[in-house]
Design a protein around this ligand. Structure first.
Ligand code: UTP
Length: 284
């Protein structure tokens, strides 16, 4: 069985939930404290054993490419001003992995974005990390938890969590077969129509057959091709397993999810936790 060593990160979406901020600045580049969201996601991939990363990007997201490239002028200036440690830190970002980029000419949906990764992936199993789904894990990185399930079973894997039924309509709710594999996913169901409170969240390991299923999909609502639809068709022929991961999920593409991530990441930092705690206490 082949090892999971490649990852695809689609970042070409329009980020309509975060307008007007996303008009000129990608939501993936918004900082969580002092680091862009996308860097945490790349670091999660690297810490999970990923070696090569393909970004599915767009003409409006050039700064993501710049962020993972060398910045000689900045590095030299930092060195000249005696900030060697900072210069090293900046240089390291470009060395995290081998980075590749493909542009999605039009934002035609997550499935269309992922279909562009076909030649990069070849016949290997690969990881998908959504560029606005941030995962915090104290111990084993969330993607690594999914890879462990893949390594044990050879099945495709979806990162999952159980959520409160009152917010189930924001997510894709799953129904499971008796053997624990995923039977189907109902996107954004009403509370009374949800098959369970187990929802899929922005992390996947899929085998390369998924491209055949994307290719066969018709355009859906808004002319878009949804990745979930391709996985649902593939589930009829191939096993998909849920991985109820240990860790915290933040939807940084939503305003409240983004702000929650900033507060909680700041509270985890020794240099900030006391001052942030004081600010919060002063609000009461
Ligand atoms: P989302 O639906 O969360 O992102 O897609 P979005 O479309 O940018 O956001 P809203 O809903 O309009 O606010 C999940 C992931 O798929 C990428 C997004 O960038 C995000 O990482 N995506 C989505 C693409 O790369 N291309 C697309 O056509 C659509």
């Amino acid at each position: 069985m082949k090892r999971v060593r490649k990852a695809v990160i689609p970042v070409a979406g329009m980020g309509t939930r975060f307008l007007p901020e996303t008009k000129a600045v990608p939501k993936e580049m918004l900082p969580i404290v002092d680091k862009p969201t996308i860097q945490y996601i790349v670091e999660e991939a690297i810490d999970s054993g990923i070696e090569e990363i393909l970004f599915i990007t767009s003409p409006y997201k050039k700064c993501i490419e710049d962020h993972f490239d060398r910045s000689y002028e900045l590095e030299n200036r930092l060195i000249k001003s005696g900030k060697e440690a900072k210069a090293k830190e900046i240089e390291q970002i470009s060395k995290l992995a081998k980075f590749y980029y493909i542009r999605q000419g039009e934002p035609l949906g997550s499935g269309h974005a992922i279909s562009l990764a076909k030649s990069f992936v070849g016949d290997e199993p690969f990881a998908i990390l959504y560029g606005d789904d941030l995962m915090y894990s104290k111990n084993i990185p969330v993607l690594k938890q999914l890879i462990e399930v893949y390594d044990e079973t050879g099945a495709s894997v979806i990162g999952c969590k159980r959520v409160d039924m009152d917010i189930i309509s924001r997510y894709g709710a799953m129904s499971l077969n008796e053997d624990g594999t995923i039977n189907t996913i109902i996107e954004k169901p009403k509370k009374e129509e949800a098959p369970s409170n187990l929802v899929g969240l922005g992390r996947y390991i899929v085998t390369s057959e998924v491209f055949d299923y994307i290719d066969k999909l018709p355009r859906g609502i808004g002319n878009e091709i949804q990745f979930t639809d391709a996985m649902m068709n593939m589930m009829k022929d191939y096993k998909y397993l849920p991985c109820e991961f240990v860790g915290t999920y933040y939807d940084t593409g939503s305003k409240d999810g983004y702000l929650k991530a900033n507060i909680e990441y700041a509270l985890r930092r020794d240099d900030l936790k006391d001052s942030i705690r004081n600010i919060i206490n002063d609000l009461n």
